[in-house]
Design a protein around this ligand. Sequence first.
Ligand SMILES: Nc1ncnc2c1ncn2[C@@H]1O[C@H](COP(=O)(O)OP(=O)(O)OP(=O)(O)O)[C@@H](O)[C@H]1O
Length: 232
Amino acid sequence: MSNQGGSPVPLLAARDLVKAHGRTEALRGASVELAPGEILAVTGASGSGKSTLLHCLAGIVRPDSGAVTYAGERLDRLPERRLSELRRTEFGVIFQFGQLIPELTALDNVALPLLLAGARRSEARATAGEWLERFGVRGQEELRPGEMSGGQAQRAALARALVTGPKVVFADEPTGALDSLASEQVMAALAHTARESGTAVLLITHDAQVAAYADREVRLTDGIVASQGVTA
Ligand SMILES: Nc1ncnc2c1ncn2[C@@H]1O[C@H](COP(=O)(O)OP(=O)(O)OP(=O)(O)O)[C@@H](O)[C@H]1O
């Protein structure tokens, strides 16, 4: 099978994924590939299966049938313990909202994945501060998510998703709750950092301006890939 991402071996691949939620068939044989460092936009109407596809690729949900392969390993067959380790060390996630812990400051939110990975508290906080600065969240380190603007909170969430140096970032409508200026800032920061660090991004969006940050776009219709191509 040809690989449109330009790499001989995809980093992450879904083949013929089928997944039902009760009687609703969210995925009906979806196949996608993500090359190392590629930014792939997944678009499609509401209910077309975008989030379910992301959840299967990120190892959050197991498909009913089909295969998910990550770096040559069958992700959908991994035991839960190995899956959660992989999610912690190799994957980063950012959603529309709610991914920051409301009780923690921005700095502690970003430091958390480093602490979970075994870093010392002082080191984790110093690194978290650098990442917040990189994403333009300066002077907001001690604020809690509820005290920040939507755009600032999303940029802090980006810092949290990227701070451990993941190979893949899964972004489900990361700008869905933002105005167009904040949306541009978040996407520019995500795309710039991903390209700089060679991080692959699976980006769900219904916004054409957001999809334009991707290298390639895959469009889902009723749980299958209806079209794919290079973005303008
Ligand atoms: N946990 C669930 N329980 C029941 N049905 C679900 C569940 N999750 C998704 N669905 C259904 O599966 C289908 C696909 O949902 P999914 O969230 O993957 O689509 P989507 O393209 O991401 O939609 P949206 O753009 O609205 O977020 C929809 O019909 C949805 O209602």
